[in-house]
Design a protein around this ligand. Structure first.
Ligand code: 5AD
Ligand code: SF4
Length: 428
C-alpha cells in the first residue's frame, strides 16, 4: 500500500512539473513517504531526516515534506520535533501536497484528516504491464499490535463501478497483471450503499475485463475468507493460484490476545477449503514472534502450523510495540534473545517447507510473466509464475510477455528454468 502511495505521489509531482533529481543534494523538494508498521522503519526514517536537515540548512529554499503513516501517527508534533519540516500529511491526504506546493505558503502545514479515498491521482507505474488498484482505504479491525487503524482510519470501499472502469482503463493501457490492494480486501463492499457488493463480486467483474491476464490481491483477512472467494480461484481464469493468508500466530490463546477474531482451528479450516478447491494453490503468510506473553509452548504451536500447512513463503516479524496500540502496554515482554532464537527456528522451518513445496514445480512447464533481466546474471531473464514464484531462466522474451518456461530446479525462494522455444516458434 505504501509503495502504491509513493507511485501516486510521484505522479502527482510530475503533473506539477517536478522531475526526480539525479542527486539528493540537487533536490528542490525532499519528500519522504513514511511507514510506521514496525519500529525499525521509524528509526531508519529518523536517520534520513537528519540528512534532510543538513541539506535544508545549506539551502533554506528547499522544501522538506513528510507523508505517510509515521506523519499521521505524530501529527502536529512533527513540527515541534523537526522544525525544518515544511509540510506533513497522512496517507489519506496525499492530494493536499499539491495544494501546499502550489500555494506559496510561508508557514508549515499539516494535513491529517481521514476523507476516504481521495484525489483520483493518476499513478506512475514502476512497470508498464503491472498495476496496483486500491479497492478500499483504512481498516475496521482492531488487531492489538497494529498501528494501521489509527494511521489510515475506518474502512471505506471505493464504488464498484468506478473500480471496474479503472481496471478497464488499465487493461487498455497495456496492463496484464493487476493487484487489488486493501488493508483487508475481502471485507470489501460491505459499507457500499445503496447496493452492497462482495469481494467475490468484484473479482468476477474484474476477471471479465478483457486483456488482464493475471489478477492478484493483498491482503485478505482469514476471518473474512469465504468460500465464494476461494471458489473464484478455481473458476476465474485470470485469478492467480496464490493466496497470501496472514496467520500471525498458530496459538489460539495468542490469536485472541492479538484480537484476530479467528482461532487456529478456523484458520486451518480455511486452508483445507483452499486445498480442496484449488489443490495446487501457493500459500504465503505473515507471522509475528515474541508477542507479549507468548510462551515456548505457544511458539511451538506456530511452528506446528508452519509444518502442517507448508507455506510457499512467509514474511516473519519480531513483535514491535507501536505507540497507541493495546499490545504495547501488555505484560509479559519476551526477552530479546528469546525472540531472536524463535525467529531463527521459524525461518528455518518456513524455508525448509518452502523448498520442499517448490519441488512440485520441477519438471513442469509454467506460464511466466517476464519482468526483465535476472538480478544476478543479466544474460538471463527474470519473471514470475502465477504462483508468484520468481523464476530465473534462459530465454529471449521481452518484459511484459508471458512465456512457457520449463522448470529445472527449485530453492525455497526461486525457480530456475529455460524458456520453451517450441512455444515461441509456434507463436511466431
Ligand atoms: N510488530 C510486528 N509485526 C507487525 N505487523 C504489523 N504490526 C506489527 C507489529 N507491531 C506485521 C503483521 C502484518 C504485517 C504487515 O506486519 O504480520 O500482517
Ligand atoms: Fe492491522 Fe489487523 Fe487491520 Fe491488518 S487487519 S491492517 S493487521 S488492524
Amino acid at each position: 500500500m505504501n509503495e502504491h502511495d509513493s507511485e501516486r505521489m510521484k505522479r502527482m509531482l510530475e503533473s506539477l512539473g517536478y522531475a526526480e533529481a539525479p542527486e539528493r543534494a540537487d533536490a528542490d523538494l525532499i519528500l519522504f513517504n513514511t511507514c510506521s508498521i514496525r519500529e525499525s522503519a521509524d528509526s531508519r526514517f529518523i536517520a534520513h531526516l537528519g540528512e534532510a536537515k543538513r541539506l535544508k540548512s545549506e539551502d533554506p529554499d528547499r522544501v522538506v515534506g513528510v507523508g505517510g503513516c509515521w506523519a499521521q501517527s505524530v501529527k502536529e508534533d512533527v513540527f515541534r520535533q523537526f522544525p525544518f519540516v515544511d509540510v506533513a500529511f497522512g496517507p489519506g491526504q496525499v492530494h493536499k501536497l499539491a495544494e501546499f506546493l502550489t500555494s506559496d505558503s510561508l508557514t508549515a502545514q499539516g494535513f491529517f484528516e481521514f476523507e476516504g479515498f481521495t484525489g483520483h491521482l493518476p499513478d506512475k507505474r514502476a512497470r508498464d504491464f503491472h498495476a496496483w488498484m486500491q479497492i478500499s482505504v483504512g481498516c475496521n479491525s482492531v488487531c492489538s499490535y497494529c498501528i494501521v487503524p489509527s494511521t489510515r482510519g475506518r474502512e471505506v470501499s471505493r464504488p464498484f463501478g468506478e473500480l471496474v472502469a479503472e481496471a478497464r482503463r488499465l487493461a487498455e493501457d497495456g496492463v496484464r497483471e493487476l493487484t487489488l490492494l486493501g488493508q483487508n480486501v475481502n471485507s470489501y463492499g460491505r459499507d457500499l450503499r445503496p447496493e452492497r457488493a462482495s469481494f467475490a463480486d468484484l473479482l468476477h467483474a474484474v476477471d471479465a475485463v478483457g486483456g488482464l491476464e493475471r489478477i492478484r490481491y493483498t491482503s485478505p483477512h482469514p476471518k473474512d475468507m469465504r468460500e465464494d472467494v476461494i471458489r473464484a480461484h478455481a473458476e476465474l481464469p485470470s485469478l492467480c493460484e496464490h493466496i497470501h493468508l496472514p496467520l500471525q500466530s498458530g496459538s489460539s490463546r495468542v490469536l485472541k490476545a492479538m484480537r484476530r477474531t479467528y482461532d487456529r482451528g478456523r484458520y486451518l479450516d480455511r486452508v483445507a477449503l483452499i486445498r480442496e478447491h484449488v489443490p495446487d494453490c501457493a500459500l504465503t503468510t505473515d507471522i509475528i514472534v515474541g508477542f507479549p506473553g507468548e510462551t515456548d509452548a505457544e511458539f511451538e504451536e506456530t511452528l506446528a502450523v508452519v509444518e502442517e500447512v507448508g507455506y510457499d513463503g512467509a514474511f516473519t516479524f519480531v513483535f514491535s510495540p507501536r505507540r497507541g496500540t493495546a499490545a504495547a502496554t501488555l505484560e509479559g515482554h519476551v526477552p530479546h534473545p528469546v525472540k531472536i532464537e524463535r525467529m531463527e527456528r521459524l525461518v528455518e522451518a518456513v524455508q525448509r517447507r518452502a523448498r520442499e513445496r517448490a519441488q512440485r514445480f520441477v519438471g513442469r512447464t509454467l506460464d511466466v510473466l517476464v519482468e526483465g533481466p535476472s538480478r544476478n546474471d543479466p544474460t538471463r531473464l527474470r519473471g514470475r509464475t502465477r504462483h508468484n514464484k520468481v523464476v530465473n531462466f534462459a530465454g529471449l522474451a521481452a518484459p511484459g510477455e508471458i512465456v512457457d518456461v520449463a522448470i529445472t530446479a527449485a530453492t525455497s525462494q526461486t525457480l530456475t528454468g529455460e524458456e520453451s522455444l517450441v512455444s515461441r516458434a509456434t507463436a511466431a
